[in-house]
Design a protein around this ligand. Structure first.
Ligand SMILES: *Cc1c(COP(=O)(O)O)cnc(C)c1O
Length: 429
């Protein structure tokens, strides 16, 4: 079905470009898997925080002829010939990123936000340097010091966290740890924190101890683009963004920096940590960045936040506890233990009824990490499909019924109905 965005009148459908005869002939197994995946999506409500729908225009650019172009290096200084048009596409992407985020410098080549984090560290640090970042237990990403990730192996991480009383980042602790450890870099940003970091305060602390400030802003890149979140760009030396989450572009990363660091950032991507750029992804990023500059996209971002607030309010009403009491973003992280279930059990029960959300360990979580006391949800995908506050309030109620142990069948039925009504639409481009 086609949903029209009431706020903007804009609408689109994504089609099925992958359902081609050629693929079916060449590889029926993969063709069948893709068809089944499309069906799975059509029957479920997707609330995983980092997922979204790639815009139809971005999908088209991703499958365009630049997919075959080898283009090591940067526009005007490539290691391969025949790059004039690839250069033009990358320059468009760079200009659009700089304009959209008011950044002196942009690098559009990182293949993921984690690769972009690697490049940010490589641009600023040497192995063994100290880094102060949000601890993994309180919402830091793997790239913020996990021992199983390059970051934790190559740098000496110290973790800060949120206060137990209100769930907000404890800036006094950040300042104390910065003074004590004198890190070479401080990282602000999280995968599950539902409020906006105080970028100016982080900058002040970094300045006091002469540290670089890295903004790990992958989760909220789209909100920053839409001016629905304060931008870290004026404060951070390097900002790490993601193009596939709220921005609805290709799976990938983006680095924004000061002019002084431009050369170091570029070298940290190529040749230090990547080879040839994926030029189809670069073209797709250019398209996504252009779309994100439109009033329709801004309306989308506002709706994603309003929907998340409705979801958080609904969960709270049913006895769950949203971290920090609510949200300023498209994310909700909620303690489900008051309902007598673990995060893992909540994830299982909801998935069985077609509602996809993620278990999430909470700060100060008494449960073992594999079970966890919380769940994390995001409104990126459902808002792209045209759902709004009304549907998200209802979804909160459906989740509450599942966790309270009500009969799952009627809930699953309603989930299928809702999913079916909104599948295929793409709002806000
Ligand atoms: C999503 C996310 C990442 C990882 O992104 P990938 O593209 O999967 O590597 C890193 N940091 C933060 C804060 C994120 O939200």
């Amino acid at each position: 079905m086609t949903v029209t965005d009431a706020a903007t009148g804009s609408t689109a459908t994504r089609g099925r470009p992958w359902a081609s005869e050629a693929l079916h002939r060449a590889d029926p197994q993969i063709a069948d898997l893709l068809a089944a995946e499309a069906e799975r999506r059509a029957e479920t409500i997707q609330l995983l925080a980092g997922e979204n729908l790639t815009s139809p225009a971005v999908l088209a650019a991703l499958t365009g002829p630049l997919i075959d172009k080898y283009a090591e290096g940067y526009p005007g200084r490539r290691h391969h010939t025949g790059c004039a048009l690839a250069d033009a596409a990358e320059l468009l992407a760079i200009d659009r990123a700089r304009d959209l985020f008011a950044a002196p410098h942009a690098n559009v080549q990182p293949r993921s936000a984690t690769s972009a984090m690697l490049a940010a560290y490589a641009a600023l640090l040497r192995p063994g340097d100290g880094v102060l970042a949000m601890s993994l237990e309180h919402g830091g990403h793997l790239s913020c010091g996990s021992r199983s990730n390059f970051s934790g192996r190559w740098f000496a991480f110290t973790g800060y966290g949120v206060r137990e009383s209100d769930g907000l980042i404890d800036l006094d602790q950040v300042r104390d740890l910065a003074r004590l450890h004198r890190p070479k870099a401080i990282v602000a940003g999280s995968i599950s924190y539902p409020r906006h970091p105080d970028w100016a305060a982080f900058r002040e602390i970094a300045d006091e101890v002469d540290a670089y400030l890295i903004a790990s802003a992958a989760q909220t890149t789209g909100l920053i683009a839409a001016r629905e979140a304060p931008s870290p760009v004026p404060y951070a030396d390097v900002t790490v963004a993601a193009t596939h989450k709220l921005l609805r572009g290709p799976r990938g990363g983006l680095l924004l920096s000061t002019a002084e660091l431009a050369e170091r950032v570029d070298r940290a991507v190529f040749p230090f940590s990547q080879g040839g750029a994926a030029m189809n992804e670069v073209a797709g990023k250019a398209v996504a960045l252009a779309e994100a500059a439109t009033p329709a996209y801004r309306a989308y971002a506002r709706r994603a936040v309003a929907g998340a607030r409705a979801l958080a309010a609904g969960l709270a009403e049913a006895g769950m506890r949203p971290l920090t009491g609510g949200t300023d973003t498209h994310l909700v992280t909620a303690d489900v233990s008051p309902l007598g279930v673990t995060g893992a059990e909540a994830e299982r029960r909801c998935a069985a009824a077609g509602l996809l959300l993620g278990k999430c360990a909470l700060p100060y979580d008494p449960a073992p990490a594999a079970e966890a006391s919380g769940v994390r949800l995001g409104t990126g995908t459902v808002t792209s499909q045209g759902m709004g506050e009304v549907e998200l309030s209802e979804i909160a109620g459906l989740i509450a019924r599942l966790l309270a142990g009500d009969a799952a069948t009627p809930v699953a039925q309603r989930v299928r109905e809702l999913a079916g009504a909104f599948t295929g639409a793409f709002v806000g481009a």
